[in-house]
Design a protein around this ligand. Structure first.
Ligand SMILES: Nc1nc2c(c(=O)[nH]1)N[C@H]1C(S)=C(S)[C@@H](COP(=O)(O)OP(=O)(O)OC[C@H]3O[C@@H](n4cnc5c(=O)[nH]c(N)nc54)[C@H](O)[C@@H]3O)O[C@H]1N2
Ligand SMILES: Nc1nc2c(c(=O)[nH]1)N[C@H]1C(S)=C(S)[C@@H](COP(=O)(O)OP(=O)(O)OC[C@H]3O[C@@H](n4cnc5c(=O)[nH]c(N)nc54)[C@H](O)[C@@H]3O)O[C@H]1N2
Ligand code: SF4
Ligand SMILES: [Mo]
Length: 670
């Protein structure tokens, strides 16, 4: 007998509504939920593979403890007692900073677990917190804080109203967005381009660029120049005076900062024709209000902070913030930033950890690039990794692996056996998305409507998997601290209790009672302009100073690329079709390097080498070498081997440069 359950996918920000077919304890099919008000039946191949991923043979089933070099199955009590005992001893001997927590990207889709992990870390009193933000996009919270006054301020495009969407360094057709969510991207972009204009700045003619009104293949690392040019043009003619007078300060400094960004100068630096730049500024003027979104192509580059700043400045100069036709801020139906969130944030940057004082502490965390040094210096003796895979996602993975082998404790909470799990001292098998009640709390602020969804568990948890909040709560109890919200106790609490305590019991009750556990309403405009604490700062001095950094174009540079059939290092099981780690090269670059279609190529930086198969792409700008991330042996080589944890780091955020890094190519003689 098969049963149908409505739920939502927990792999990316699109949060697609799904209908799951279950027979006994087997998930036999996952398809899009046609009645979902936001995603309207859409899914991508990853969502449809979610059943296979749930039944992945590499799923973790039982707690494991490393003994005499081998991971052996033990009971939860034995594992938790051992782990808590070792953590207590480390804290006793070396203080709380010796215990580090890494909050991985997928923890965002398990907010109950993430909150418990972060609370445990806080209660331990350690400063050694690391999150995937500093290998992804710290320029976004930095600029949000400096310009808007709050790091979690993430404007979203008014998809139904905007006449012009400008996309820089993002490929939402594949990624479904980056801090802004775009479900059913092909339909959404076609609608937008049919009604208005979509311009894409990307060195590659991506799946998104193909649907755009215009594609501008700017040289990697030059987005800030394109945006600076637009700001300069609009300030000269087309700025929303009334908006700027009412809501912004330091226009003069902005004007001065971009004064040199003439069309001729920017054309020379970006490789774009002057006429294209003129057409773009004309399109912005015609549209009046616009939406500007960026992605990892921008945030992983050397000019990330400057580009994010000038993108925000362009939105303000055109009077597009918090107004129909431009961009809006989603308070979240569950998160309710409008009631709680945006006031009173003060984050002063502090020096980095002892071994890397050059890597600033911001937003209550240290940059990921510091972790290997902290371990090797003996400052960090225990790492708790929550829903992340640092041995694949961090720069210089070989060095990090060496550092990890020096740890007293590497406790890894995951659902599958990963490169990081292989090195663990303590393996904490978690319930997966299909095995837990959940809600879109925390992610709802990126959705294209004011929406939320609740899902009950679709199947009962297999084997001895436990919720991450339970694991953190049990550890807390053994270390003498309360970790769960609302003083819940791990022995008696349920997923639903924890969600109620996080998002509010009344709100959750209303959501559970709604058809399919789904509620939605239109975008909300005006609440930010009404409630902002101070006028927006068009020219924070730290960001203006970024323009003084030398721009050093190289002949060949690494550019990142995401793929349709996996999320970062989280792949479906081997029997489900997936992507390969192809190196996309312009035919001219390939010819110069002496490699052809399907041949192996070695890509080199001073940090290391990467070997992969060449695919020729005449839609990629000459000089851009596009390599996907998330792979490790035996599936493919890891591009992070090219990335240094010490060179080319961003001085304001400690972000590692994963785009625009100079590389060399050579044929592979094997
Ligand atoms: N299918 C799938 N979806 C995902 C993920 C995944 O792994 N797979 N990962 C998720 C995660 S963690 C994130 S952070 C988001 C990221 O989402 P996106 O930021 O949209 O990521 P990408 O699809 O890699 O798009 C980055 C684009 O930037 C371009 N680019 C590179 N360098 C530059 C540059 O200097 N300037 C400009 N203008 N463009 C440049 C690249 O060619 C590429 O097309 O995706 C999320 N969604
Ligand atoms: N060179 C290079 N490096 C990069 C990038 C790049 O483009 N180039 N991208 C960067 C970006 S944007 C990001 S976000 C980071 C990602 O860095 P990480 O977060 O460290 O890596 P992921 O591969 O996303 O790891 C997510 C893990 O969560 C596990 N997981 C899935 N579901 C659950 C669950 O329900 N519970 C638990 N406990 N675990 C679960 C998966 O099995 C997987 O191991 O990588 C960064 N690193
Ligand atoms: S786009 Fe794909 S991975 Fe993202 S939520 Fe939808 S089905 Fe899941
Ligand atoms: Mo990311």
């Amino acid at each position: 007998m098969s049963q149908l359950h409505r739920s939502y996918c927990r792999q990316c920000l699109a949060l697609c509504g799904i209908v799951v077919t279950v027979e006994g304890d087997r998930i036999v099919a996952v398809r899009g939920d046609p009645d979902h008000p936001v995603t309207r039946g859409y899914t991508c191949p990853k969502g449809r593979a979610f059943g296979a991923m749930h039944h992945d043979p590499s799923r973790l089933d039982v707690p494991e403890l490393r003994r005499n070099g081998e991971l052996v199955a033990v009971s939860w009590d034995e594992l938790l007692d051992d782990l808590a005992g070792r953590l207590a001893r480390i804290i006793d001997e070396d203080g709380p900073d010796a215990v580090a927590t890494y909050v991985g990207s997928l923890s965002w889709w398990d907010q109950a677990g993430k909150a418990a992990g972060e609370t445990l870390h806080r209660r331990i009193g350690s400063r050694s917190k690391y999150t995937s933000t500093t290998v992804d996009c710290p320029a976004k919270p930095l600029v949000a804080e400096l310009v808007y006054g709050h790091p979690f301020f993430t404007p979203l495009p008014d998809l139904a109203g905007t006449g012009l969407l400008l996309v820089l360094g993002a490929n939402p057709v594949v990624s479904h967005g980056h801090s802004w969510s775009l479900p059913d991207p092909v339909v959404a972009l076609r609608e937008l381009a049919g009604r208005g204009e979509v311009w894409v700045v990307d060195p590659r003619r991506t799946e998104t660029a193909r649907l755009a009104t215009r594609h501008l293949p700017a040289r990697p690392g030059t987005d800030h120049l394109v945006l600076g040019y637009l700001v300069r043009e609009l300030l000269a003619d087309g700025a929303d005076r009334e908006f700027l007078d009412r809501h912004a300060v330091h226009e003069e400094e902005l004007c001065k900062a971009v004064a040199g960004f003439s069309a001729e100068f920017v054309a020379g630096a970006t490789g774009l024709p002057v006429a294209d730049l003129n057409n773009l500024s004309g399109a912005v003027r015609r549209a009046g209000r616009i939406a500007v979104v960026t992605g990892t192509g921008v945030t992983m580059g050397a000019a990330a902070n400057a580009a994010e700043w000038l993108a925000a400045a362009l939105v303000l100069v055109t009077g597009s913030l918090d107004r129909p036709g431009g961009m809006w801020c989603n308070p979240g139906l569950l998160s309710r930033l409008d009631e709680s969130g945006l006031q009173g944030w003060k984050s002063k940057p502090a020096p980095g950890p002892a071994s890397r004082p050059d890597l600033p502490r911001r937003f209550g965390q240290y940059p990921c690039a510091a972790l290997a040094d902290e371990i090797q210096a003996g400052n960090v003796r225990a790492v708790l990794s929550l829903a992340g895979n640092p041995l694949v996602s961090f720069p210089d993975p070989d060095r990090l692996a060496g550092a990890f082998s020096q740890l007293d404790v590497l406790a890894v909470a995951d659902i599958r056996r990963t490169a990081t799990v292989e090195r663990a001292t303590h393996v904490l098998p978690c319930t997966g998305a299909m095995e837990r009640a959940d809600a879109t709390f925390g992610l709802d602020i990126a959705q294209p409507l004011v929406a939320a969804q609740y899902t009950p568990p679709i199947v009962t948890p297999g084997a001895q998997r436990r919720p991450l909040w339970w694991i953190m709560g049990q550890l807390g109890a053994r270390l003498g601290c309360d970790v769960l919200p609302g003083a819940l106790q791990p022995d008696t609490a349920t997923d639903d209790d924890v969600l109620d305590a996080l998002a509010g019991a009344d709100r959750m009750a209303a959501l559970r009672a709604a058809p399919g556990g789904i509620a939605s309403g239109p975008p909300r405009f005006g609440w930010i302009l009404e409630r902002r604490e101070r006028p927006f700062n068009l020219a924070p001095p730290e960001l203006v100073a970024e323009l003084d950094r030398p721009f050093e174009p190289a002949e060949l540079v690494l550019t990142p690329r995401r793929q349709v059939r996996h999320i970062n290092s989280w792949f479906p099981p081997p029997d489900v079709r997936t992507d390969d780690a192809a190196v996309l090269l312009h035919p001219a670059d390939a010819a110069r390097a002496g490699v052809g279609e399907g041949q192996r190529v070695v890509v080199r930086t001073p940090a290391g080498a990467f070997e992969g198969i060449v695919r020729l792409d005449d839609g990629i700008a000459p000089g851009a070498v596009s390599i996907p991330h998330g792979f490790d042996r035996p599936r493919g080589a890891n591009v992070a081997q090219l990335i240094s944890a010490t060179a080319a780091l961003d001085p304001l955020t400690g972000m590692v440069r994963q785009s625009g890094l100079p590389v060399e190519l050579e044929p592979c003689d094997r």
